[in-house]
Design a protein. Structure first.
Length: 160
């Protein structure tokens, strides 16, 4: 059985997607990318220097990004920019990921969030399974707060 690239190297694929997604918003140098990744993951993931720059080199070799020297400031840095090919590749990767998640969720029927972890919990030691469920509960509580805020915002917009 052949696994999609995501399952062969999940961190590598996520880093590629993350870099391309960040560069879609504008050109950045490596340190900015690293800080943005750290910020968007609340410090939970900071790719190593070598992983980040090898991924950037690989993306450049594939024509998905270009690099240019930036002479602003005291230190010369390399700034990376997304190419049209990179933008198209990002769209394709996001579509594939969404389809994969959709297929996964469809296998757990009408209540995917509570059922999906059950497929995986048996593979974890009890303490890790408990920690995972507690983290999921905390995350879900935060998501509910965000949804409530979005609903309130929509209701305010609907009022004449």
């Amino acid at each position: 059985m052949s696994f999609p690239p995501f399952f062969q190297r999940p961190k590598g694929v996520l880093l590629r997607i993350t870099i391309l997604r960040l560069l879609r918003d504008g050109a950045m140098h490596g340190y900015e990318l690293m800080k943005q990744i750290e910020e968007t993951t609340d410090g939970r993931w900071v790719p190593s220097h070598s992983l980040l720059y090898s991924t950037l080199s690989n993306l450049k070799d594939q024509g998905l990004i270009i690099d240019q020297p930036d002479h602003k400031g005291k230190v010369e840095r390399t700034v990376y920019t997304l190419t049209e090919k990179g933008n198209a590749q990002l769209d394709e990767m996001l579509t594939q990921m969404a389809q994969m998640l959709s297929r996964m969720m469809s296998t757990v029927h009408d209540r995917p969030i509570p059922r999906l972890p059950r497929l995986l919990l048996d593979q974890l030691p009890l303490e890790e399974a408990r920690d995972l469920l507690l983290k999921m509960r905390t995350n879900l509580e935060e998501i509910i707060k965000d949804i409530d805020g979005e609903l309130q915002s929509l209701e305010r917009k609907q009022k004449p």
